[in-house]
Design a binder for this molecule. Structure first.
Ligand SMILES: [Zn+2]
Length: 281
């Protein structure tokens, strides 16, 4: 099934290039928080990750959550949150039926409270791992508890309860996906390492073909092309370094085997340039 989709940048953060790409200089650069909206013929608008929103600033005002925004200072222009951009297009928050979360880092759940009626699809184990963490234990894992809506568990659906499917040849070396809507339209693919039980999603864009939103499994398309992970500082918030390196290696392999596949990392500057230029990438 082919689906309409669009990418958005909901704020950006500042970080050292050396932290995001091993061997790059200690230069401060801007990294977008990319999210996506997919339109499903039956389920309506579906959002993948939510970027930053005003809630990020209010919830990181006090220590220790404040350490998060000290480590990666965040910029969000007026009207730049995902909900604001959707409203500008005439899509109200109540029209977002589902939010799929790749993982629970604050730059991916920052706008979650802007979609109060959406069913939230994410990994159960990833949530169980974080949900009781508070204070330094939370911030060390990139988790800001106040960004999670109070009725989260009522609206939460786990990925592993979905039908498991074998991915097509074009996705090798990745083999297994989870059919999120029971019709093969959007498949979740596990991308371990960066955060506990992180997932990406695979779908077939109506214009640009098979599309793999790989969240933070790679910082950039360049990292995938060159199979180069972050610098030592960039590994600080990584859950399992060995697994993250393995996942990046598999993305590199996937790109080599299927160079035409559209892969979108959440913080890729190349993708950001193309979005800014008005082209669909
Ligand atoms: Zn992350």
């Amino acid at each position: 099934m082919k689906l309409e989709s669009k990418l958005y940048v909901a704020g950006h953060c500042l970080s050292f290039a050396a932290a995001t790409f091993k061997g790059d200089p200690w230069r401060i650069e801007r990294y977008p928080a990319i999210c996506a909206r997919i339109r499903h013929p039956e389920h309506g608008h579906i959002v993948f990750d939510t970027g930053y929103s005003q809630a990020f600033f209010s919830q990181t005002r006090r220590f220790p959550s404040r350490l998060y925004r000290m480590a990666t200072p965040v910029r969000l222009a007026p009207g730049e949150s995902l909900a604001d951009q959707l409203a500008e297009e005439g899509i109200q928050p109540s029209e977002i039926g589902h939010v799929i979360l790749s993982h629970f880092h604050a730059d991916h759940v920052g706008g979650l409270s802007d979609f109060p009626s959406a069913t939230i699809i994410a990994d159960t184990g990833g949530w169980a791992y974080l949900r009781d963490k508070r204070g330094f234990a939370a911030v060390r894992k990139g988790f800001v508890p106040g960004l999670i809506p109070s009725d989260f568990e009522k609206r939460f659906r786990g990925i592993l309860y979905r039908r498991q499917v074998r991915l097509g040849e074009g996705m090798g070396p990745f083999r297994i996906g989870y059919d999120l809507f029971g019709d093969g339209s959007i498949l979740a693919v596990y991308l371990e390492g960066h955060a506990r039980h992180q997932v990406g999603i695979l779908f077939d864009d109506i214009d640009l073909g098979p599309t793999f939103l790989c969240a933070d499994a790679a910082w950039s398309r360049r990292a995938i092309r060159e199979n180069t992970g972050p610098g030592r500082m960039g590994y600080m918030a990584v859950d399992d370094v060995q697994a993250a390196d393995g996942t990046l290696g598999r993305l590199h392999e996937l790109h080599k085997r299927n160079p035409g596949l559209r892969i979108v990392p959440s913080h890729c500057q190349e993708v950001w340039e193309e979005i800014k230029g008005g082209s669909r990438v």
